[in-house]
Ligand binder design. Structure first.
Ligand code: COA
Length: 171
């Protein structure tokens, strides 16, 4: 997929070094469900596991470069096939340029066009306001507080959950 400034494409094993740059950065992983990666072998395992994943995962590459700056995914939200959830993370030196919003909107359009999905949801740790901003700019609104925890059950924190009903005209 293509946006004004980005190409969204699947990740491959060749992306290991680029991915490691953000998954090994505690400032990036602080509010993500995965723990900070400490070796490139862990990235290889993760990249290999993607084939089994139900979500659609996209790497974000700056157009006109080979620079893979982050990735995100979209897919059925907690098993709900009618409401899809999405998420994203970017290398720190690329924050604040509007890339997450641009990529999230592209993933939403993908779900709309390819699968006719109109209901969307996402959530972020309460302190992670930048992520909430991205959700709002995609047309979602805050609906309730929830609970965040990492995949290993650690780091329990309050989360903010967002939902939105979006048609192709909105995003
Ligand atoms: C969250 C994240 C994806 C945002 O990426 P980004 O490309 O910088 O986001 P955008 O530039 O599209 O939008 C961020 C918005 O939040 C705003 N923002 C940034 N920091 C903020 C803060 N501390 N408080 C409030 N708003 C903030 C920005 O000004 C921008 O809004 P604007 O366009 O109205 O000015 C990025 O910071 C990141 O990768 N963080 C680590 C991983 C992560 O937390 N992912 C989300 C998990 S839910």
């Amino acid at each position: 997929m293509e946006t004004e400034r980005l190409i969204l494409r699947p990740l491959t094993l060749d992306d290991c070094d680029a991915v490691y740059k953000w998954v090994s950065d505690e400032d990036v992983t602080r509010y993500m469900v995965y723990n900070t990666y400490t070796s490139k072998e862990q990235v290889v395992c993760w990249l290999k596991s993607l084939e089994e994943d139900d979500d659609y995962l996209f790497g974000f590459v700056r157009k006109g470069t080979d620079d893979l700056i982050g990735c995100g995914s979209i897919g059925p939200h907690n098993g709900d096939r009618e409401r899809w959830g999405f998420g994203y993370n970017l290398r720190k030196d690329q924050w604040g340029n509007g890339y997450a919003t641009e990529a999230a909107k592209a993933m939403i359009r993908f779900a709309q066009k390819e699968f006719g999905i109109t209901k969307f949801a996402s959530s972020h740790v309460e302190q992670n306001r930048a992520s909430g901003h991205v959700m709002e700019k995609c047309g979602l609104h805050f609906v309730r507080y929830g609970q965040f925890q990492k995949l290993d059950g650690t780091c329990k924190m309050r989360s903010m959950e967002y939902e939105g009903e979006l048609d192709l005209q909105i995003v």
